[in-house]
Design a protein around this ligand. Sequence first.
Ligand code: OXD
Ligand code: MN
Length: 596
Amino acid sequence: MNKLSQNAPAKDAGRSKLAALNAWVAEVAALTRPDSIHWCDGSDAENDALIAQMEADGTLIRLNTETHPRSWLHRSHPDDVARVEHLTFVCTPQQDDAGPNNHWMPPADGHAKMDALFDGCMAGRTMYVIPYCMGPIDSPLSRCGVEITDSPYVVANMRIMTRMGAPSLARIEREGSFVKGLHSIGELDPNRRFIMHFPEELTIKSYGSGYGGNALLGKKCHALRIASYQAKSEGWLAEHMLILGLENPQGETHYIAAAFPSACGKTNLAMLIPPEGYRKDGWKVWTIGDDICWMRPGADGRLYAINPEAGFFGVAPGTSQTSNPNALKTIQHDTIFTNVAVTGDNQPWWEGLDKREPAIDWRGNDYDFSKGTPAAHPNSRFTVSAKQCPSYSPKAEDPQGVPISAIVFGGRRASLVPLVFEARDWAHGVLVGAAMGSETTAAATGAVGVMRRDPMAMKPFCGYNFADYFSHWLSFDKPGAKLPKIFHVNWFRKGDDGRFLWPGFGDNLRVLEWMIKRVTGEAGAQETPIGNLPNVEDLNVAGLEFGNEARDKLFGFDQAGWRAEFESIGEYLDGYGPRMPQLLRKEQQRITEALN
Ligand code: OXD
Ligand code: MN
């Protein structure tokens, strides 16, 4: 037995609320047959021992200790670098409950398939039991889970991404309920890889991958797929959204939740540094979260949100002093990098970081410039505690969450979609979210740059039928509700020459300011069938220069193009059949008529 495996199991008490947990751990151990079992307490000593073990066996490579203290590089199996949507299943008794948006399997078949893979898979390995809490440990909005895994890399990442260890176990003991997540890296064979969800059993089984979204089960599997299902039955929302606070010169802070598909700039927006003029005037952006948002109505009718995560699992390529200086500061120490390149002096490097030359590529080979392939994997990542971020808000730890003033949807759209528009009311806003489209990115395996509908950026993450999900969203509009305004943005509109028309990054603050001024009734807009668009003069564009093409495309609206778009949205909604809420269909028809 290694040093880590000598700790005692959780307080054994057949009578305590941990009985169910103890029984499940015993059942999993009987199936997977590990050499030893280690209950994670989340302590520094435990982490140090795990890191030392991973450094010794080559799982982690120490980076330059002067420039990046206590930071590590992990090189994954080259076939295991992203989420695998085609191998991700939602197992409900009725296929219709999973919906056309999910791959489906009957629960009994799902369990049988997974249990056959798990049979004996931990022989020769240590089985780690990770109690964790998604959200501040004392928040009524938080939920607990336990992940069992045979990957020490997963343990080290879960320690950063969640509130993991003894306090979570204590909460599980108090509450008695938790989400069960069983994970094994198996043989890392793409042909023996599945990520299965059993929402009605609050259970996840994941085999054959060590990649974040497939293996850190607190993240996409629990906090989105299982939580979205729980949220529907309990009257809240689990969303793929960043949360930020926008503080104005008067010292008032408005909170904004924004949904963008994976690798579309959520981390950059969440950590935005305002342009110089704004900074001088006293504007500030506070980071609450960069990927996931759980919201529920408070006693005053507003939606209150928490970030269930405790860290960032951010996309490295493109992160730079220009795009996200706060992220660069955040990842300067105590960070795990996965699949980045390294420089000659062993510093992490990725495309877009700076002009230095990488020496070793993400696979560990000497970097060969002549091949023209990227040195870092396009989906290379950093895992880092949110507390290291200079803009991290103390309100992120508030058990009550923060009140949301605006919800933003957005995607990568090279054409048609203007910079920003406002939905006229909640139902229209739900349609705007449901109709969202975006070009695919490297965050999932498969083709990149293909436009697909990605409602509320939840296409890969909604744990049940999208038609029911849209009904659930619509149900929040009831007497007494004080719902946020809903907006749509597109930072990625291109001109005829293929260049981006909007500067993006810090300048996105100008758009956020307009949104908050719409909320407070201080900014103007023109009404159009697709929603309220700012005139150029409604936005503070001081210091920016736009040619006619940029003005037209960013602030204008192309009626014929939108007519075609709404026809395609109608067809998309029809794909969900009779479960699609009539109200959404009516909204689509209302706008189609206005466009005609
Ligand atoms: C992520 C993703 O890792 O969306 O956040 O893929
Ligand atoms: Mn994400």
